[in-house]
Design a protein around this ligand. Structure first.
Ligand SMILES: *Cc1c(COP(=O)(O)O)cnc(C)c1O
Length: 422
């Protein structure tokens, strides 16, 4: 493995390196358990004094190769795969926060993350303050409290398709001595690597572009290794862990303290791990990620330009458009493209939006985005239907908003389909 490789090469070559006569393709180690020569060997594993696999809830050789590949793509010190993107968000935050803690989050985030923060974590005693990510730094600063432990945002928000000012959030994180967690699902490390702009932890729903073919639900947490957990605010990392004979994560694992704790303590106890089969399929998806992201972005820009010039369309949101509100942030953070998801509003309100969707032939109505095949969704009646009108608008979603995930079909076929449906 070489850190000098370009990202395209890393998509194909990182993570798994077969030795002489070994399988060329990453094998699926469909085994829950591992065999040892002596009781002493097992004891050492449980003390975490030697590396190795104990049990597939905690680690598995197939999943490990995928984790190493994703860590290399993002430029982190380590990664941990989870059973879903939701699990990645949950574990990433709960590896840090306890009852009584507080987090600051951009309000324009994925609907599932919004519910998780606003309802479920609140029930666990973790409070969230949602902020308008486009507000000036001083304004967002007011949301911080002495018990704030995390700041959270999405590189390209789903489904508002707004672009986060990563450096602004990173400055707020530094100033308040809290880690900055970025959901980088839509951008993928091909289009943006948030660690380069000061993020501390990156998460993904691998279900989306990383898999890319709608075959498996999955998630991942990546650790930059750069956050200072010893700043006095994070005793979970600097005080002895009674569940490992008083091990201290910052002392025993240094830069990998966060991701090690996420695995050996949090994943051990919660158990929302990725299966070896799903890791195999996700790895296969990653091998073409660089090519797909380029084409998704190219096709999406053409669709957005077509919609922008169509008089049946009320508005189009795609940061790749030259007159988009986020275009200057795009030039800074997303110079290679803005991914494949567009949102737009049709003249005629919610009814016209539903009618348009029902007329599409090539684009399929699915509760999914980021598939190789073009897909379409109405957030207000699906992913975000739990939100009331006020919360919808706070999340940047009008009732007539359509989320269109541009696939890898020929661009003319995609546009002809939209044209006939309009
Ligand atoms: C889909 C999605 C999630 C949740 O991921 P699942 O794999 O569906 O659990 C989180 N964040 C973003 C940005 C998403 O698009």
């Amino acid at each position: 493995m070489s850190s000098k490789w370009r990202i395209e090469t890393k998509c194909l070559q990182e993570g798994y390196k077969p030795g002489n006569g070994e399988p060329r393709v990453l094998p699926i180690y469909q085994s829950t358990t591992y065999k040892y020569d002596s009781t002493e060997q097992v004891a050492k594993l449980f003390d975490l004094s030697v590396p190795g696999h104990m049990y597939s809830r905690i680690s598995n050789p197939t999943v490990e190769c995928l984790e190493n590949k994703i860590a290399a793509l993002e430029g982190g010190v380590g990664a941990l795969c989870t059973s879903s993107g939701q699990s990645a968000t949950l574990n990433a935050v709960l590896n840090i926060c306890e009852c009584g803690d507080h987090i600051v989050s951009s309000s324009t985030i994925y609907g599932g993350s919004f519910n998780l923060f606003a309802i479920t974590m609140k029930r666990m005693g973790i409070e969230v303050t949602f902020v308008d990510a486009d507000s000036p730094e001083e304004e967002i600063q007011k949301a911080f409290r002495p018990n704030t432990k995390v700041i959270f945002g999405e590189t390209i928000a789903n489904p508002k398709i707004s672009v986060l000012d990563l450096e602004k959030f990173a400055r707020l994180a530094k100033k308040n001595q809290v880690p900055f967690i970025v959901d980088n699902t839509f951008a993928t490390p091909i289009l943006c690597r948030p660690f380069e702009y000061g993020a501390d932890i990156v998460i993904h729903s691998t279900t989306k572009y990383m898999d890319g073919h709608a075959t498996c639900i999955g998630g991942v947490i990546v650790d930059s290794g750069k956050f200072d957990w010893q700043n006095g605010k994070y005793p979970l990392f600097t005080h002895p862990d009674p569940s490992y004979h008083g091990l201290i994560y910052t002392k025993d694992f240094g830069a990998a303290a966060y991701i090690t704790k996420a695995r050996v303590q949090y994943m051990r106890d919660i158990g929302n791990c990725m299966s070896p089969n799903n890791a195999f399929l996700t790895n296969l998806g990653l091998e073409t990620l660089h090519i797909r992201m380029e084409r998704h972005s190219e096709n999406a820009l053409k669709v957005a330009q077509y919609l922008a010039h169509n008089d049946k369309i009320l508005s189009v949101s795609y940061p790749g458009l030259a007159d988009d509100k986020y275009h200057s942030l795009v030039q800074k953070y997303l110079p290679k493209g803005c991914s494949g998801v567009i949102s737009f509003r049709i003249k005629g309100g919610r009814a016209a939006a539903v009618k348009f969707m029902d007329k599409l032939k090539l684009a399929a109505i699915v509760v999914h985005v980021a598939d190789a095949r073009t897909s379409v969704l109405h957030p207000a009646s699906s992913t975000h239907r739990q939100l009331n009108d006020e919360q919808l608008l706070q999340a940047g979603i009008e009732p007539d908003l359509i989320r269109f995930s541009v696939g890898l079909e020929h661009i003319d076929d995609i546009i002809e389909d939209i044209d006939q449906a309009l």
